[in-house]
Write a protein that binds this ligand. Structure first.
Ligand code: T5A
Ligand code: NA
Length: 214
């Protein structure tokens, strides 16, 4: 039996990632599983949730970065086991968010390489979508949590671009990263674009069995 595919929906805040990840999981046939990062229900996830929701919760930037990464390691084995059962896994944010949001803080020493280090060895997605939307700040809920200010989001966008165009240049060229501007597009329209890119990818790569790692 072929292993499942690891599909990632990435992007800036409020661009529709969770909406699209949920719809994609529903549309896949092989008991696909949805994994959201941060996974807020684990012991580490609870600390992250508190940090994001309560502005008075102080954690050193290095410490919260390592917690976000540890949160991915907490579920790494389950993700691999699910893929080996032949089920696809759809992730809502992952390593790229981890690096981009921390690097955007511009803390001395916390450059992209430093931020990427604890992610080394995690499974690489087979296919990544990167969602942008120039109106996302107008969407319901923007501004409730830490990091949801337009100034910071501009820095995050810049970090994502650097990661995809330089650090991950090979994937970028191999076209396993799909950039989707969802501005003015309905939920259904975006879902159709995501669905057809996934279908095309799976058709072309159904025999790929080896895993890739960060
Ligand atoms: N973070 C995360 C790190 O710093 N390091 C890390 O390692 C990780 C993993 C929380 C924060 O943590 C940071 C990044 C974040 O700042 P989160 O839990 O993913 O991360 O954040 P959420 O608040 O859950 O999600 P987002 O704000 O990013 O929103 P989504 O998932 O992009 O958007 P979604 O789908 O919830 O949609 C938002 C609203 O828009 C509507 C939806 O119905 C909803 O109301 N909508 C649309 N409206 C019109 N047209 C469309 N096409 C629409 N699509 C969705
Ligand atoms: Na979300």
């Amino acid at each position: 039996m072929a292993r499942g595919k690891l599909i990632l929906i990435e992007g800036l805040d409020r661009t529709g990632k969770s909406t699209q990840a949920a719809k994609l999981v529903e549309s896949l046939s092989n008991q696909a599983r949805l994994v959201k990062f941060p996974e807020r229900s684990t012991p580490i996830g609870k600390l992250i949730n508190q940090y994001l929701k309560e502005s008075e919760t102080h954690l050193a930037d290095q410490a919260i970065h390592l917690l976000f990464s540890a949160n991915r390691w907490e579920v790494a084995e389950t993700i691999k086991a699910t893929l080996l059962e032949g089920r696809d896994v759809v992730m809502d944010r992952y390593v790229y968010s981890g690096i981009a949001y921390s690097a955007a803080k511009a803390v001395p020493g916390m450059d992209v390489q430093w931020c990427a280090q604890p992610e080394k060895g995690l499974l690489k997605p087979d296919l990544t979508f990167f969602l942008t939307n120039s109106e996302s700040e107008l969407r319901k809920g923007f501004g409730d949590e830490r990091y949801e200010s337009s100034g910071f989001q501009t820095k995050v966008r810049h970090e994502f671009e650097t990661i995809f165009k330089n650090y991950e240049s090979q994937d970028y060229k191999n076209n396993h990263i799909v950039f989707l501007d969802t501005t003015g597009k309905s939920i259904e329209q975006v879902h159709t674009s995501v669905g057809s890119a996934v279908e095309e990818y799976i058709q072309k790569n159904s025999d790929v069995e080896e895993f890739m790692y960060f």
